[in-house]
Write a protein that binds this ligand. Structure first.
Ligand code: MF3
Ligand code: CO
Length: 291
């Protein structure tokens, strides 16, 4: 039987502070929501300051790698060349690309073009062409801490309606982000993202979502962008997760490439866009950890 943590004992979060000056108040609020039947985070999802600082270091590399991609990406390049840029920059900065060998993923980054929704595998045979919209999804391990973010790139002259898809998808993330605050629900964010996409005539992929991140690549909670206000997990300071909606120009239906087991496509062949940010719930709102 575990002894109940006293107010003067050291906090369970390993901050070194007394429980009464650390997570005691938060714990009682969480317990109240739990009594009401809400889904609440377990302790392992609540990061302390030291862990957050280390995750920020990881994210700094992730962002630098995406900046490096942004400087170099252009028509005529193969996605394998971008993969090499990602591997070289990540390792130069002391990190490890998290996708490499993750559940058998063979490359350092996911690159998904046009009707590819996500998890595209870089290849010598895939050449970026004028008019393509491309998602580059980078994830970094640094000193054992994880970061994950992705951006869209538009190659040369992109048709107006595809540009709009890319821009609206970015707005979806920004609008969802505003809902991130202590004692709100993950579904508040999900609904905001979904509403903005639908309002613009688009759909949101239901079967693939975001995730908790930081101490592991993929942690709880699973994050939906078609969820409803007041549902899903309660948000509390110290939680960290991704906002990474996949927004489709047409229908939300998708399928996975049978040959490689990874690449996800839209069923109707219409384009899909995705931006991904890593966000921390703070005492008064949010902090963007990586974008
Ligand atoms: N960044 C992607 C995600 O969080 C990683 C997918 S796993 C990989 O959805 F192996 F494909 F990288
Ligand atoms: Co992710």
């Amino acid at each position: 039987m575990l002894k109940k943590l006293g107010r003067n004992d050291l906090c369970w979060c390993k901050s070194g502070k007394k429980y009464k000056y650390c997570h005691e108040e938060m714990d009682s609020k969480i317990a109240e929501f739990k009594r009401k039947g809400c889904i609440v985070p377990t302790r392992d999802l609540i990061k302390n300051e030291e862990q957050i600082a280390k995750i920020r270091e990881s994210a700094k590399i992730n962002v630098a790698v995406l900046d490096y991609v942004a400087e170099n990406i252009k028509a005529g390049m193969s996605t394998a060349e971008i993969d090499k840029l990602v591997y070289d920059k990540t390792t130069e900065l002391g990190g490890i690309p998290a996708p490499l060998n993750y559940e058998g993923f063979p490359k350092s980054v996911c690159i998904s073009i046009n009707d590819e929704v996500c998890h595209g595998i870089p290849s010598d045979d895939i050449i970026l062409m004028d008019g393509d919209i491309v998602n580059v999804d980078c994830s970094t391990i640094y000193n054992g801490y994880f970061s994950d973010s992705s951006r869209m790139f538009m190659i040369g002259n992109v048709p107006e309606e595809m540009k709009r898809l890319v821009e609206v998808t970015k707005e979806c993330v920004e609008i969802g982000l505003k809902e991130v605050k202590p004692y709100a629900f993950l579904g508040d964010m999900g609904e905001a993202v979904h509403n903005h996409a639908v309002k613009n005539g688009y759909s949101v992929v239901e079967d693939i979502g975001g995730h908790g991140v930081g101490l592991k690549f993929h942690e709880e909670p699973w994050v939906s962008y078609v969820s409803r206000k007041g549902t899903e997990m309660l948000l509390v300071p110290g939680m960290m997760f991704t906002i990474e909606p996949m927004v489709n120009m047409g229908e939300p239906d998708i399928y996975i490439d049978e040959d490689n087991g990874w690449t996800v496509y839209t069923d109707d062949g219409l384009p899909s866009a995705q931006w991904e940010i890593q966000v921390l719930v703070t005492n008064d709102g949010y902090e963007v950890i990586a974008w």
